[in-house]
Design a protein around this ligand. Structure first.
Ligand code: SF4
Ligand code: SF4
Length: 412
């Protein structure tokens, strides 16, 4: 486990934000100089964030990065860089491309492209559509989308390119995808290749290790998965093999937990649930960095200090040990796929619950729409509209019928 800085407080943090520029790969620009008004005395060097290397890529970044997906304020991206965050995660599909444009514009305006690590994700297409597409077409589509991403990001390369949303290991082996990413890596348009996964996580990660083709994996991982020994073992194996693991969905906030009363106000008020859950994920030795999807300056100021000290405060330890919180987290959909096949209409229940999460928990209705659009024909919400009683069953206690009812109400 990393050494942590003791005695660090918010005041120190606010007065020493410039010091984070010293993070390995990012050493070229003295960020403190950017933060110091002309004529003012430069700040003393202060605490530095903990950094880790992303597997064999050699890229060293602070353990807290920015998941840009839900953010639409360029000032928040700018402030994140100024505070010391260096790794920005976006995707071809986020906000119909505006998310990538925002990241590209901010880095250009700050003139810091060479100090930043950009990760973007390109979706290969729906599996059932890909079944009908030849590999040549799959490759062409992927390359065309990636070129769009580069143009929006105003750059000639990204450090990390993920194949977006892999839920079936077979997709990792699709020749059209592999030939596309190989070409991009060879052309140095994508320095490192990875994939993101929301479902069948352990299976996908396990499959990737012997392939030796992927440098980085972006995986969902949070406290609700603490007993998922298959996933934790797969992550450890991948890390040991030199694959850089990036954690997403670390804070798993669930709006419904409030209404259910399963967890007390500590789950919804204050900041302890953000910092406690983010620390839990980052204390996993297999995880190199996390991409919390903060959308406000207040959330940034909660998440970023976690990069300096992974020790739990007494409040955080109490939060994680709370039976109410554990009960609430037990009802979080972990996208395990255990309900697949339980709907007689063949509905893609995990995908619908992911769309529900985007809308109800993140308030990101555009991403909800995109997630719904990605569901195969006949397997989406329309099929539920004519259903008198939901019989889909979760192996872990998620109230599927209730969540789908909420999704229908949101979507209507
Ligand atoms: S609803 Fe339950 S079974 Fe289905 S993916 Fe979510 S956690 Fe797994
Ligand atoms: S509401 Fe009906 S169609 Fe929709 S998931 Fe449940 S059982 Fe399937």
């Amino acid at each position: 486990m990393d050494k942590t800085k003791k005695g660090y407080n918010r005041r120190d943090f606010l007065t020493t934000i410039g010091s984070a520029a010293a993070a390995g790969l990012l050493a070229k620009v003295p960020l403190g100089a950017q933060m110091t008004p002309v004529g003012a005395k430069a700040a003393e060097p202060g605490p530095k964030p903990l950094t880790r290397v992303l597997g064999k890529t050699g890229i060293r970044v602070p353990i807290v990065s920015m998941g840009v997906m839900n953010a639409d304020n360029p000032a928040l991206v700018k402030r994140s860089f100024e505070m010391g965050i260096r790794h920005f995660d976006t995707a071809w599909g986020y906000q119909k491309g505006r998310n990538e444009e925002m990241v590209g514009t901010v880095l250009k305006e700050l003139n810091v492209r060479e100090q930043a690590v950009i990760a973007t994700k390109v979706p290969p297409g729906r599996p059932e559509m890909m079944d009908q597409m030849g590999d040549k077409l799959v490759e062409e589509e992927f390359l065309a989308r990636f070129d769009q991403s580069l143009a929006r990001l105003q750059t000639g390369r990204v450090e990390i390119l993920y194949v977006h949303n892999i839920s079936d290991p077979k997709m990792l082996m699709r020749p059209g995808i592999l030939s596309a990413v190989d070409k991009l890596k060879k052309a140095k348009k994508a320095l490192f290749i990875g994939f993101s996964t929301h479902m069948n996580l352990a299976e996908c990660i396990e499959a990737a290790v012997p392939m030796g083709r992927f440098d980085v994996i972006l995986t969902a991982i949070n406290f609700s998965m603490a007993n998922d020994t298959a996933l934790l073992a797969a992550m450890a194996k991948a890390a040991k093999a030199g694959i850089g693991l990036v954690a997403m969905k670390t804070q798993c906030r669930q709006a419904w937990a409030k209404e259910s009363g399963a967890a007390g106000p500590e789950y919804h008020e204050g900041t302890v649930w953000h910092s406690a859950l983010l620390k839990w994920a980052l204390r996993l030795e297999s995880v190199a960095t996390a991409i919390p999807g903060y959308t406000t300056f207040q959330q940034l100021e909660t998440d970023w200090p976690v990069a300096f000290n992974l020790d739990y405060t007494p409040e955080e330890a109490k939060f994680l040990a709370s039976p109410g919180v554990q009960l609430a987290l037990g009802g979080v959909c972990r996208q395990c796929g255990g309900c697949v096949g339980s709907c007689p209409q063949g509905v893609d229940v995990p995908a619908l619950l992911r769309a529900h999460m985007y809308a109800a928990d993140y308030g990101n209705f555009m991403e909800m729409r995109r997630a719904l659009d990605e569901i195969g024909a006949g397997r989406g919400l329309q099929a539920c509209a004519g259903c008198r009683e939901c019989t889909a069953a979760c192996v872990r206690g998620v109230q599927i019928a209730r969540r789908l009812g909420e999704l229908q109400a949101i979507f209507a």
